[in-house]
Design a protein around this ligand. Structure first.
Ligand SMILES: [Ca+2]
Ligand SMILES: [Ca+2]
Ligand SMILES: [Ca+2]
Ligand SMILES: [Ca+2]
Length: 246
């Protein structure tokens, strides 16, 4: 019974992934693992840290058992945000940080005490996709409201900057990017719904996204297709089918 259930679950998962595209959850990284080429060639991840002589993006396990260098990045439970809505809130697992220290005494590519850069600004995380993507969503962990105002996403195609979205826009009712469920704050966790290229920009794909990080925070669950909840593709598809039948 257990085996067949597992198979059913596995099939369901693979179907869900093929229908919804790629999701990068970084849960295959161990706590402190330095990013090099783990997700290449599909996704190349690099970073900059103007505050240090090194530029390191690393995994931080938000569910690490025991103390870490930054309890603000540990949950659930989270203190707020749309991923903290219930006791069994979405588990973020390992997320990406810009590293504040490079201590790796045994030189195994895993930081000994990973911590996110606390200076303002912290730096950038730069994502280059080998195959251009139609949309991009992500989780943002532990970013203060004031820091959200100096943080943004830059969207590119073929080296051309299509536009930028300031994080504060996700919590601003006057913005096109407003999501009433998003609340930024210390030890908060939020899921940002995929931003669809064709809806906001003069392009139908992105091939590079730069996360400009205003202060301490972590990033996870990179989703590269439109949210299925929108149903736009399915509705358009069935309308077409009806027409064809006629
Ligand atoms: Ca994760
Ligand atoms: Ca190490
Ligand atoms: Ca920190
Ligand atoms: Ca914090």
């Amino acid at each position: 019974m257990k085996t067949s259930r597992f198979i059913a679950l596995a099939i369901g998962t693979s179907l869900a992934v093929s229908a919804s595209g790629q999701v990068y959850d970084f849960n295959d990284l161990v706590h402190g693992e330095i990013i090099t080429d783990q997700y290449e060639p599909a996704l190349s991840i690099t970073g900059t840290n103007p505050n240090r002589p090194f530029d390191i993006v690393a995994g931080f396990d938000t569910q690490h058992l025991g103390p870490t260098a930054d309890p603000d990045l540990q949950g659930p439970p989270w203190s707020g945000g749309n991923l903290a809505v219930s006791a069994d809130a979405v588990q973020i697992g390992t997320a990406l940080i810009i590293a504040q220290n490079d201590r790796d005494i045994d030189n195994d590519g895993v930081l000994d005490a990973p911590n996110d850069e606390g200076s303002n600004p912290s730096g950038t995380i730069d994502l280059a996709f080998a195959d251009p993507i139609p949309a991009f969503g992500l989780d943002i962990v532990d970013i203060d409201g004031t820091v959200s105002e100096t943080s943004s996403l830059d969207f590119y195609i073929n080296g051309f900057l299509l536009g930028s979205v300031n994080f504060a826009e996700f919590a601003d009712s006057n913005s096109d990017f407003y999501d009433p469920t998003v609340v930024f704050g210390d030890h908060h966790a939020n899921r940002i719904q995929p931003i669809v290229a064709s809806r906001y920009f003069m392009a139908d794909r992105f091939d590079r996204i730069v996360i400009n990080i205003g202060g301490s925070s972590a990033y996870d669950t990179f989703v590269t297709v439109p949210a299925p909840a929108s149903g736009v593709i399915f509705i358009a598809g069935s309308a077409l089918a009806v027409r064809r039948r006629r």
